[in-house]
Design a protein around this ligand. Sequence first.
Ligand code: GCB
Length: 764
Amino acid sequence: MARRIEKINEGWELEKQGEMMAVNLPHTWNAQDGQTGPDMYFRGECIYRRQLKKPELKKGEQVYIEFRGVNSSAAVRMNGTELMCHDGGYSTFRVNVTDVLKDENILEVLVDNAPNDRVYPQRADFTFYGGIYRDVYLIVTDPSHFDLDYYGGRGLRITPEIDGENAVVHFETYSVGEVERILVSVAGVGETELTLETRDGKTYGKGSIALPGVHRWDALNDPYLYEAMAVLYRGGRAVDAVTERFGCREFRFDPKEGFFLNGRPYPLHGVSRHQDRLGVGNALTRKMHEEDMDLILSMGANSIRLAHYQHDQYFYDLCDEKGIVAWAEIPYITVHMDTGRENTVTQMKELITQNYNHASIVCWALSNEITLQGVTEDLMENHRVLNDLVHEMDKTRVSAMANLFLLETDSPLVSLPDIRGYNLYYGWYVGDMEDNDTFFDEFHEKYPDTAIGLTEYGADSVITLQSPKPEKGDYTESYQALYHEHMLEMFSSRPYLWGTYVWNMFEFAAAGRDEAGDPGKNHKGLVTFDRKQRKDAFYIYKAWWSREKFVHLCGSRYHDRVEDTTEIKVYSNLEKIALYVDDVLFAEQEGAHVFRFWVPIHGVHRIRAVGICRDSGCEDGVCKDGSCEDRVCKDGSYEDSMEIAKVDAPNPSYFMSLDKVRNWFDEPEDIGDSKEGYLSLDSTMAEIQATEQGAALLERITGQMTGKAAGGMGEGVAIPEAMQKIVARQPLRKLLQQGGMELPPEKLQELNAALNQIPKVYQK
Ligand code: GCB
């Protein structure tokens, strides 16, 4: 009865710039050049071509080709006839090819990832890999079938409604062709026949099934899914069927107490995920999706922001199955285009239609950092349209937005969606880590009735870079770890935050970037781009979030150490750590999450940290009676070890070339002498701004600087009033460095000398 579905990933030919090559799908033509930056990757049109034998068809049967993701635009041709065009690189679309089918056919897909002013994304901090990078299927259906033409959906919408211990599940079906009846069943529960109504050649079915004693989808605790099947009958026969899983859960966002799931507080401990990986681009296999999910779960996260676009259906399926609470969004990002509204609407309709039944998804996000170039009336209107669309299409979830840190908290845009989040990078691009705390304290005080979350935060690190004196902007694994230690502490005392999302779980390609000697990538990942190395920061999250007991020694890649006494830092979710140096007990420490030891070194040392489990029956890391939750400690194996060595000179591979970033062991640049009582490069922005001449000088400099921040994303940005407080505390010298202004020493001296002509004014 069911439709016939065949995956047609094999045997394609790619025509790229006049050259032909044989490829299998999923495929991207930017797997290499999209990851090496800066900005050199091929963006243009290529053609994928494949022969297709006509399947055996019974009378009236329809043939569709289903594409699960083609970036960014696609035109589908069969035997030279163009059948459809699709704009948007992240959603499913289908094309009905029945009328043009011959015995032997040529299927051609013209794929284009060239820049334009119509399709989002156009400007963002990630690579827009071109290609047919997700699966392609051939579908044969009866002339009567669940609708395959409506925004890539599956023709079945499932809406559970919970009332205490019980639930009612509402079903809506959309179908075409002659329909006699539609039966819907929930496995192990029951069956119902839908009420049908036919309008404009389509049949709409409606009905409900009661679930007494409903088994809730309770995220990681119990991600229970029901399975529903809808069967369409014609002429007394079942001719088409679809199955979908669904989950029953209640959730809400409380401005004071954060996120609630099934009536209980369930703070969302999240990470963001970009889908690509090293050498593969966005053309992932299922195994790769599974590996990503396993890494996220093993760190203890319970929520994922699936940024910045619709992800593979398979990944939302994994979220449902594993119990992850998911944030879904469209790639309406960075810079608003007056000519792009239609595309935002289509992408949102596709996102919701295709993903409505996923229990994991709790919100539909309208945009990300869309106000980089300010808030215009057209931008506002675009958001109103999207917000209304979300509410019209889905009464069970909320609309959301991820705001740029520069967006004033009193902007009407901030209060437009149901829930809101800010992307904050204090402690990385601007300001200090503590500015994150202040931001939320002030926001919460000013808007106590508004639910607020942290939709992005992070710091870059390249795994080889190490420092005993980590500093913002040094790209070391050490600074990244410190930064995240702070953020976790900060969250722990702000229970009103509905969720927090690390940017990013994985390193990803950002062709516009050129940082830390590894161009084309964003290095904020807690895990490397190839998924092979977990950075130290990964383990501070595990220490706070995961119940799987472990001990992790930080700095295992910081082998050669110049300091006489070195810091040995341990992350663990156990309460007591014993540290051994060269197999002799050095010290024991009780605490939580972070354990710091200061160890004098000379020569080569073996460092071993042993976690001591306090569960009943356990003693000194040994679970005597096997009562530990995962029983691992019964053999005392909560431990980690590493080797370090005292050396005379710093190992140059631990730091970046000096022209890129200053390091802990560098002398500060010689900026010439500075007169007391006069401004200098070490004066704070506030001190400089307080003088008329200083302010004028600053205006010239900062104008050049903002364009350089965040891989060029900052072009055309003005720093609004709200930011000034944070900027004001920074010495100019530091700001120049962090803003990416690499001034040669003579320029620095010149600038310092100019400032040194200006007397300081008294400042409170
Ligand atoms: C952001 C953007 C994200 C960037 C990130 C960064 O705020 O939303 O796309 O990758 O900053 O690393 O700068």
